[in-house]
Design a protein around this ligand. Structure first.
Ligand SMILES: [Zn+2]
Length: 349
């Protein structure tokens, strides 16, 4: 028989822990209150002297306390797998079942998306993932970056930026994170995030003593603010492939489990391959590019990766592999200009 005092203690303990976990406070975002266990969508305006656009964002505020996770899709408007995964995730997330808060940017570069613009925002022809932290009074892309940096990243405890191979990339899916030696705690938390995403290839960006230059990249802006951040690269060829959309969706759910925002265990991979160094093979010629290789193929130093021809079909040159490694992505379609990247190869030891 359990003594009354112990019953009382147990009741009190569970009651207390439940109360402690419950989220009492609303989440304030863009001047609006989001009550615990609810969600709200916003179109954040991005207006310059020349043009205007907006950023669609949904905030999911859980019933229970927990961290704030920011997620961006569509930093590149032709990267459809991340954008469609964000659409699916927004339907799947149920704030009453969540701990903490998710700030989901459905499409960071709406004008690029609607105009099917390769890499850039057509309003100023700038690449959003090259202008972070942005500028408050800059051009459209710089202002989008500024809004994401200060209204979203600044609010987060963890941050995830989701990309794919874009319109021209045949990509081998991977997760990535920044590793800076003077930020051991942030780097380690970011590494744990990358593991929790469940990809069997993990690319380490940075691998340098410190981050002294401008952030430039979206998730590096989070890193610069000491917010652990990871990237997903999954999908490409300008297509919506269901398996890629699903893999991104599952990866984010797994990450949320790792961060104790959802119940259940993360699907981390047991022995992922860490890639600390990458080599880009650039085209030395302008013309038409041929290659039978695909993202994920293992390659050897000295082997022929493909070749380029002129516009009359005459072969100009072979493309030779500079290292032993694995193709993370390659340009899969024919047009190529001198200086553009043909392959990105991960070094494997
Ligand atoms: Zn991208």
């Amino acid at each position: 028989m359990i003594p009354h005092k112990l019953l009382y203690f147990l009741f009190f303990f569970f009651f207390q822990s439940h109360i402690l976990q419950a989220q009492k406070n609303a989440f304030l975002f863009n001047g609006k209150k989001i009550a615990p266990g609810s969600k709200k969508s916003f179109l954040l305006p991005v207006i310059t002297g020349n043009d205007s656009t907006f950023i669609p964002v949904t905030v999911f505020h859980g019933s229970k306390k927990g961290p704030v996770l920011g997620i961006t899709a569509g930093v590149h408007g032709l990267e459809y797998a991340p954008i469609m995964a964000a659409q699916a995730l927004a339907k799947e997330l149920e704030p009453t079942q969540m701990s903490g808060t998710v700030i989901l940017v459905q499409v960071a570069n709406v004008t690029g998306f609607l105009n099917r613009s390769f890499r850039v925002n057509p309003l100023d022809n700038k690449n959003l993932n090259r202008v972070f932290p942005g500028q408050p009074n800059g051009t459209s892309t710089e202002k989008i970056a500024w809004t994401i940096s200060n209204q979203i990243i600044a609010r987060c405890n963890y941050f995830l930026d989701v990309h794919d191979g874009d319109a021209n990339g045949d990509l081998r899916p991977y997760s990535g994170y920044y590793n800076y030696f003077d930020k051991p705690k942030v780097s380690e938390k970011a590494r744990q995030m990358a593991l929790a995403l469940g990809f069997d290839f993990i690319v380490q960006f940075g691998n340098e003593p410190s981050l002294t230059e401008a952030s430039i990249y979206c998730s590096r802006e989070a890193t610069k603010r000491n917010i652990p951040a990871a990237d997903i690269e999954c999908g490409g060829k300008g297509q919506v492939e269901a398996k890629n959309v699903l893999q991104i969706q599952k990866a984010i759910i797994s990450l949320m489990r790792h961060l104790h925002m959802l119940e259940g265990h993360p699907n981390a991979v047991q022995n992922p391959i860490f890639i600390a160094k990458r080599t880009t093979v650039e085209s030395e010629h302008t013309g038409i590019f041929y290659s039978d290789l695909t993202g994920g193929d293992y390659v050897k130093k000295g082997m022929k990766l493909g070749y380029t021809t002129d516009f009359f079909g005459n072969k100009i040159a072979d493309v030779t592999c500079p290292i032993d490694g694995v193709i993370l992505y390659k340009t899969f379609n024919p047009p190529i200009q001198k200086g553009e990247s043909l392959f990105n190869i991960g070094h494997i030891h």
